[in-house]
Design a protein around this ligand. Structure first.
Ligand code: FKS
Ligand code: ZN
Length: 343
């Protein structure tokens, strides 16, 4: 299996995030991708290729132009106002308030974000664009006939909505690739999100559509970030009704509960008969993940890959979360090797 990777991910290197009431070193760090690419090479998974340039066109297919422009200029506006250190928002809209775009950078950060865990840095724009190009290059390879391809994206993407960022995500790499498959001629595309956290951005982007089936298996939002989306009764809207599936699971579960949820997801996915699958591949479901509360083990990732392969569809894996940094490579590559074993 080919892996798409670029060193440009290093340009996103935030100092701190607000977590558990403390300003702590960012869990979403460059070393994450370095560990994964090292394991890809070590296991001889396949060729590692650099992304092609796509620019902002594919990004604008799923994100609003004013949001894209905001991210392009946010760092410069922040530096002008405050100086050269990471930008974090401080407050957000509440029901009854009005979502009117403020003129100042602090207001714009609040308008376009949903948490204080996602610093905008000097290199955020370039790293985030590079990650979308990694996903798009992977999409092109799968479209060209590859059975499976790994887009080693960083920063991740599944929390980013059509006009907001947060949860370490700026652009929704998986959604951009899914839309890329559609624009490249696929009639139906499925996005399967196995990250521990609900893929709220992906859900929002495709919620009213019946051409992209979205499925997310995640920690119940009654207990876990992002809290305000990801419940089981969210099934899509309008034409999209029945084309979104949330499978929330409680804290503490292991493969005994996860396996059946994955089977349910794959049954719905197979019934949809997509031309391609995009997997939002988060491995923060791991038992030793420092910010998560599922209990999956190394071997469960092999099983996950096998189960996904059984659908028999061209598949693009897009890297999302995972914070047990030293074990990220093993877990992510286990999924890919499980997939290859059953392809
Ligand atoms: C825990 C607070 C959690 C933010 C968690 C972000 C998770 C990001 C992710 C992604 F794939 F996008 F990277 N704060 N007490 O893993 O879903
Ligand atoms: Zn996650």
């Amino acid at each position: 299996m080919k892996t798409i990777f670029t060193e440009d991910h290093r340009l996103q290197d935030g100092k701190a995030e607000l977590i558990d009431g403390k300003l702590m070193p960012c869990f979403e760090m460059p070393r994450r991708a370095e560990i994964v690419i090292a394991r890809v090479r070590d296991q001889k998974l396949g060729e590692v290729v650099a992304p092609e340039r796509f620019g902002t066109d594919p990004v604008l297919r799923v994100h609003k132009p004013e949001f894209v422009r905001f991210l392009e200029t946010a760092w410069d506006e922040w530096v002008q106002q405050h100086g050269s250190y990471d930008a974090l928002p401080l407050n957000w809209i509440a029901p009854g308030m009005r979502r009117i775009l403020p003129e100042t950078i602090d207001g714009k950060l609040s308008y376009y974000s949903f948490d204080a865990g996602t610093p905008i840095t000097a290199g955020t724009w370039r790293a985030a664009i590079a990650a979308t190009e990694v996903a798009m290059t992977g999409m092109k390879l799968v479209k060209g006939g590859e059975r499976g391809t790994f887009a080693l994206c960083r920063p991740p993407g599944h929390h980013a909505g059509s006009d907001y960022y947060g949860g370490y995500c700026f652009f929704n790499n998986a959604a951009i690739a899914a839309q890329g498959f559609r624009d490249g001629g696929a009639a139906r595309v499925a996005v399967l999100d196995v990250d521990y956290h609900h893929g709220n951005g992906t859900q929002e982007i495709f919620y009213k559509r019946d051409d992209v089936l979205t499925i997310s298996i995640h920690a119940d939002p009654k207990q876990e970030f992002p809290f305000f989306l990801g419940h089981a009764d969210e099934r899509g809207e309008g034409r999209g009704e029945g084309f979104h599936l949330n499978l929330p699971l409680p804290w503490g579960i292991s493969w005994a509960e996860y396996g059946p949820a994955l089977d349910t997801a794959m049954r719905r996915l197979t019934e949809f008969a997509p031309d391609a699958i995009v997997v939002s591949l988060g491995v923060d479901t791991f038992e030793k993940d420092p910010i998560s509360k599922f209990k999956l083990k190394h071997e469960d990732y092999i099983r996950t890959g096998e189960v996904i392969a059984a659908a028999g569809k061209p598949t693009l894996f897009v890297m999302e979360g995972g914070y047990a940094v030293e074990e990220l490579g093993v877990n992510a590559v286990n999924v890919l090797q499980g997939f290859e074993a059953k392809s």
